[in-house]
Design a protein around this ligand. Structure first.
Ligand code: NAD
Length: 464
């Protein structure tokens, strides 16, 4: 197998990170053989089909270029470990749900199982790359697990956290702000690091490849997500104040974002952040701080998550209050279920929390989303009063209210006059992403509730 390839890379874990990351490495490095393995056969079969297991703009094209040439997807984990020179580990590291640290710490069982599988199937030295997001000092534990083999083999552990964002993963991988590679500061650590730098240097400018010690690389990933989540919680905290004071959160974002010390990104106020990473990574940071006896540090970061939960609860309470304090039996159309646009991923989506709470109040909910309906059905299985409709016009028919939960571009250009006509009056719209033309909606006849702005209400029908 593969004698013609200069290097053989294996990635364990074919998820939202492993799949796209390896597809781009294969695309950009035709001399490297890249194989992605997973214990989930259905996922691997999908990677080998025309219907990839995740939706990501540009991913199909990249996979088409490299698959079968130097990119392979397989379930033969042991066989692929044996032939690989560099092994990325990109398995899931969810929040631990049991025992010590439950609800905050990272569950490392998948990582450790992978390390043991690598040690068992290897018969030569290898470089192991932490691609998963991990607590700081995981590399130490992993080195111990790996290097306790009785075959005299040496495994060099690097940390190369992934900073891609779902929805823009391919663009982020093609043009990263930076690539971070952490290594032990030993001769073999630096040699391994240089080898990985060489892989990325095939398409990333050298000055964008940052090297550091392995602990800084591990912790940087948690800190990056904590800072990003913190910006959203900060602007959301301000949004509530705006609603009380007639200030406008979007005007504030523009005014403060123009300050180059603050910067314009991640200042959109909304129903809250979601996704598989922010909450779990901030809570992991909280747990690490607590474990080190730093209770004030832990509490500081924990408020980022609490503010996010508050924002979601507030959104639901506003809907109930505006619909005359009872939503039992009323139809509410939810536009969007994915945690953000351009992905079908629904992990930790605010829409789930909103749907669950509305269902508890016995509303009839119709969920519409261009890519996430399959996942929504899994997330909401067993909850009464929920239906699914891909066509937003049909979803809104006979509804009392529309709630925008995901900022899909298509929702900006719908014919809201037509939608208004088909709804129960007074018709309400709750723009949880502040993406619609609110004045236009108001003129059509809607009562318009937005985030961080005074609602636009036809006073004879409205409750504030
Ligand atoms: N999703 C993101 O946007 C993102 C971004 C940056 C970093 N990360 C981090 O990357 C890691 C992976 O995230 P993801 O979103 O790709 O997760 P995912 O759940 O989509 O994928 C993980 C895959 O690993 C597989 N797996 C688990 N144990 C295995 C084993 N022992 N052997 C083989 N395969 C195994 C699972 O079957 C699954 O397909 C996490 O640590 C996450 O925090 C995620």
């Amino acid at each position: 197998m593969s004698k013609e390839f200069e290097t053989k890379i294996l990635c364990i874990g074919a998820g939202y990170v492993g799949g796209p990351t390896m597809a781009v490495i294969a695309e950009k490095c035709p001399n490297i053989r890249v194989c992605v393995v997973d214990i989930n056969k259905t996922r691997i079969d999908a990677w080998n089909s025309d219907n990839l297991p995740i939706y990501e703009p540009g991913l199909d094209e990249v996979v088409k270029i490299a698959r079968g040439r130097n990119l392979f997807f397989s379930t033969e984990i042991d066989k692929e470990i044996t032939v690989a020179d560099i092994i990325f580990v990109s398995v899931n590291t969810p929040t631990k749900e049991y025992g010590i640290g439950a609800g905050k710490a990272s569950d490392l069982q998948y990582w450790e199982k992978t390390a043991r599988a690598i040690a068992a199937a290897s018969n030569a030295n290898k470089i192991i790359v932490e691609k998963s997001t991990l607590p700081v000092r995981t590399a130490e534990a992993m080195e111990r697990v790996l290097n306790s083999n009785e075959k005299g083999l040496h495994f060099e552990v690097l940390s190369n956290p992934e900073f891609l964002a779902e929805g823009t993963a391919i663009d982020d991988l093609h043009n990263p702000d930076r690539v971070l590679i952490g290594s032990m500061e030993t001769e073999s650590g630096i040699a391994a690091r240089d080898k990985l730098v060489g892989v990325y240097a095939n398409w990333v400018k050298r000055e964008k490849i940052i090297t550091s010690n392995v602990w800084s690389a591990e912790l940087s990933k948690l800190v990056a997500n904590a800072f990003l989540a913190q910006r959203i919680s900060s602007i959301n905290a301000v949004s509530q104040l705006c609603e009380k004071t007639f200030a406008d959160v979007q005007e504030i974002s523009k005014a403060i974002g123009a300050d180059t010390r603050i910067g314009a990104k991640f200042l959109n106020s909304s129903v809250g952040f979601g996704g598989s990473c922010f909450k779990k990574d901030v809570l992991n940071l909280v747990y690490i701080a607590e474990s080190n006896g730093l209770s004030e540090v832990a509490e500081y970061w924990e408020w980022v998550v609490k503010m996010n939960e508050h924002q979601q609860n507030r959104f639901v309470k506003n809907i109930i209050r505006a619909l005359f304090n009872t939503i039992a039996g009323k139809k509410i159309a939810m536009f969007g279920f994915a945690f953000k646009k351009d992905t079908g991923d629904t992990r930790e989506t605010p829409a789930l929390h909103v749907a669950q709470q509305l269902a508890q109040e016995q509303a009839k909910i119709t969920i519409s989303d261009p890519k996430a309906i399959d996942n929504a059905k899994i997330d909401l299985a067993g909850i009464n009063g929920i239906s699914y409709e891909i066509d937003p016009y049909k979803a809104a028919q006979d509804a009392h209210a529309i709630a925008i939960l995901t900022e899909w571009d298509l929702y900006k250009t719908l014919d809201y006059a037509k939608i208004y006509k088909s709804m129960v009056k007074p018709a309400m719209i709750f723009d949880g992403r502040n993406i619609l033309d609110h004045q236009k909606l108001y003129k059509i006849g809607f009562n318009v509730y937005r985030i961080g702005k005074t609602p636009l209400l036809h006073s004879e029908t409205a409750l504030i």
